[in-house]
Design a protein around this ligand. Structure first.
Ligand SMILES: *[C@@H]1O[C@H](CO)[C@@H](O)[C@H](O)[C@H]1NC(C)=O
Ligand SMILES: *[C@@H]1O[C@H](CO)[C@@H](O)[C@H](O)[C@H]1NC(C)=O
Ligand SMILES: *[C@@H]1O[C@H](CO)[C@@H](O)[C@H](O)[C@H]1NC(C)=O
Ligand SMILES: *[C@@H]1O[C@H](CO)[C@@H](O)[C@H](O)[C@H]1NC(C)=O
Length: 416
C-alpha cells in the first residue's frame, strides 16, 4: 500500500511536474458492529520539499441522503490544538503524525447514527494542488431485532391479504423472506400470484388451502431472526354465522329450559292435587301427618272412625282385592276371635284396629298368605306412605288410646 501510494505520488509528481498533496483512506467501506471502538485510517503525503510549517487535519461526516450536509467532527492543527464539535465531544479523537503522514480518526461506542460517509481532509499552506481529501463509508451493523408478523386484511375466502414482517432494528436493513407450511406442517407450492417484497407477502383470492403456518425470516450479514403466524382462512359468513349461531343456540336452550321447568312445576302441582284427592276419596286417614293431632281428633269425635270403616275405605279398583282378602280374613275370623279373648283388656281398642282393618289385614297377608302377597304388594307400594303413617299411630293407640265404647255396634257387627 505504502509503496503504491509512493508510486502514485511519484506519478503525480511526474505528471504535474510540481508537488501536490495526496490524502488517502485505504478502504471504501468499513463495517463494524454497533458499540465497537473503531479507528478510521487516513494517510497524507505532502508535496516534496521541506517539511510543512503547518498541517491542518479535519474529519467531517456526511449523511447518506442525497442532500445531506457535511458536518465537521474535529479539526487538528499541527501546532497542537484539536477542536472537536460539541456533539462528538468525548467520543472522538485523532491520531496525527506528520512525518509518517498519519491522520487516523478514533471513534468509540459507535451507534447507528454513525452510519455515514466520513471525510478526511488535510490542508497544508502552499500545497493545495492534488487531492486534499478522501471519503469512506462507515457501516454500523446491527443484528435484526425479532420481526413482528401481522395479517393485513380479512382472512376470509376470496380475499386478498398481506402478511407483513418488520424488524424494528437491523443494520444494514434486513432482508425478509416468507416461508409457509400447510396445516399438516408440510412445505407447500406457492400460488404463482403470491408476491414477497420487502417483508410483505401478498396472497390473492385466499381459500381454505391458504391456511397454515407462515414464518418470516429477517436477515442481515450479522444474524437472522424469525417470527411466525398462523393463518386460518374462514368462509365469509363464518364469523357472523358462528356468532349468531351461538346466540341462537343459547337463546333456544334457555327457552327449552324454561319450558321444562314450567312443565315440571305444573306436573308436580297436579300430582299433589291428585294425591290429595285420592286420599280424601279413600278416607284412609286425615292428610294430617301429625299423629298427635289426629289422635286428638279421633278422641274428640270417635264417630269419625265409622266413616273410615273398611268398606268405605276402598275404591273400586281395590274393592275386589279387598273382598278376596276379606273372605280370607273372615275364614280366619274365628281363630282371630278366639285369640281376641286373650286380649280382653285391649278389646275396646279392637274397633280402632278394625278401623285400620285393611292395614292389619295387610300384615296378616304378609305373614300368612304369600299367594296374595304379590298382588298385595302392588297396593302396598301404592299405599306405601299410608302404611308408614299407619304403623306409627297404631302403636301409639295400642298404648295410650282410650276405650271407645261408641263403636261397639260396629264391633258387634264385625263379630257376627
Ligand atoms: C470502548 O471504549 C470505552 C472507553 O472509551 C470502553 O469503556 C469500552 O469498553 C470500549 N468498548 C469496546 C467494545 O472495546
Ligand atoms: C397489500 O400490499 C399491497 C402492496 O404493498 C397493497 O397495494 C395492498 O393494498 C395491500 N393489501 C391489503 C389488504 O393491505
Ligand atoms: C378464487 O378462487 C376460486 C376457487 O378457489 C375461484 O372459483 C374464483 O374464480 C377465484 N376468483 C378469482 C377472482 O380469481
Ligand atoms: C412460532 O413462534 C413461536 C414464538 O413466537 C415459537 O415458540 C414457535 O416455535 C414458532 N413456531 C414455528 C413453527 O416456527
Amino acid at each position: 500500500m505504502e509503496g503504491w501510494i509512493s508510486s502514485l505520488t511519484l506519478l503525480c509528481l511526474v505528471l504535474s511536474g510540481v508537488g501536490a498533496i495526496q490524502v488517502v483512506i485505504p478502504e471504501l467501506v468499513y463495517e463494524y458492529a454497533r458499540g465497537d471502538n473503531i479507528t478510521l485510517p487516513c494517510t497524507f503525503t505532502p508535496k516534496p520539499g521541506p517539511a510543512p510549517s503547518l498541517v491542518i487535519v479535519s474529519w467531517s461526516v456526511e449523511g447518506l441522503e442525497a442532500d445531506a450536509e457535511e458536518l465537521l467532527i474535529l479539526t487538528h492543527y499541527s501546532t497542537g490544538t484539536t477542536d472537536i464539535t460539541q456533539i462528538y465531544e468525548g467520543r472522538v479523537s485523532v491520531a496525527v503524525d506528520i512525518p509518517t503522514g498519519k491522520a487516523n480518526l478514533k471513534l468509540s461506542s459507535i451507534t447507528l447514527a454513525d452510519n455515514k460517509n466520513f471525510k478526511c481532509r488535510v490542508q497544508i499552506p502552499g500545497d493545495d494542488e492534488g487531492r486534499p481529501l478522501d471519503t469512506a463509508r462507515l457501516v454500523v451493523l446491527v443484528a435484526p431485532s425479532t420481526p413482528i408478523c401481522k395479517i393485513q386484511g380479512k382472512a376470509e375466502y376470496g380475499q386478498n391479504i398481506n402478511l407483513t414482517c418488520v424488524s424494528e432494528e437491523g443494520s444494514p436493513p434486513p432482508t425478509y423472506s416468507w416461508e409457509s407450511r400447510d396445516v399438516r406442517n408440510m412445505p407447500r407450492v406457492r400460488d404463482p400470484r403470491t408476491t414477497d417484497k420487502g417483508g410483505i407477502l401478498s396472497l390473492y383470492n385466499i381459500s381454505k388451502d391458504t391456511s397454515g403456518f407462515y414464518t418470516c425470516t429477517s436477515r442481515n450479514k450479522i444474524r437472522a431472526a424469525t417470527c411466525n403466524i398462523t393463518l386460518a382462512v374462514m368462509p365469509p359468513s363464518m364469523n357472523i354465522g358462528s356468532t349468531a349461531g351461538i346466540i341462537a343456540a343459547v337463546a333456544g336452550l334457555l327457552v327449552i329450559l324454561i319450558i321444562i321447568i314450567y312443565c315440571c312445576c305444573c306436573r308436580k302441582k297436579k300430582e299433589d292435587e291428585e294425591y290429595a284427592m285420592g286420599v280424601r276419596e279413600e278416607e284412609y286417614h286425615d292428610k294430617e301427618p301429625n299423629g298427635k293431632s289426629r289422635r286428638a281428633e279421633d278422641a274428640r269425635s270417635p264417630d269419625d272412625s265409622s266413616v273410615r270403616s273398611p268398606d268405605d275405605r276402598f275404591d273400586d279398583r281395590r274393592s275386589k282385592d279387598y273382598d278376596d282378602r276379606r273372605s280370607d280374613y273372615d275364614d280366619r275370623r274365628k281363630d282371630y276371635d278366639d285369640r281376641r279373648s286373650d286380649y280382653d283388656d285391649r278389646r275396646s281398642d279392637l274397633d280402632d284396629r278394625r278401623d285400620r282393618y285393611s292395614d292389619r289385614n295387610e300384615r296378616y297377608d304378609d305373614n300368612r298368605h304369600y299367594d296374595d302377597e304379590r298382588r298385595y304388594n302392588d297396593q302396598r307400594d301404592r299405599r306405601y306412605d299410608d302404611d308408614d303413617r299407619y304403623d306409627e299411630p297404631y302403636d301409639d293407640r295400642n298404648r295410650d288410646r282410650p276405650p271407645v265404647p261408641n263403636n261397639k255396634p260396629a264391633r258387634r257387627d264385625y263379630h257376627d
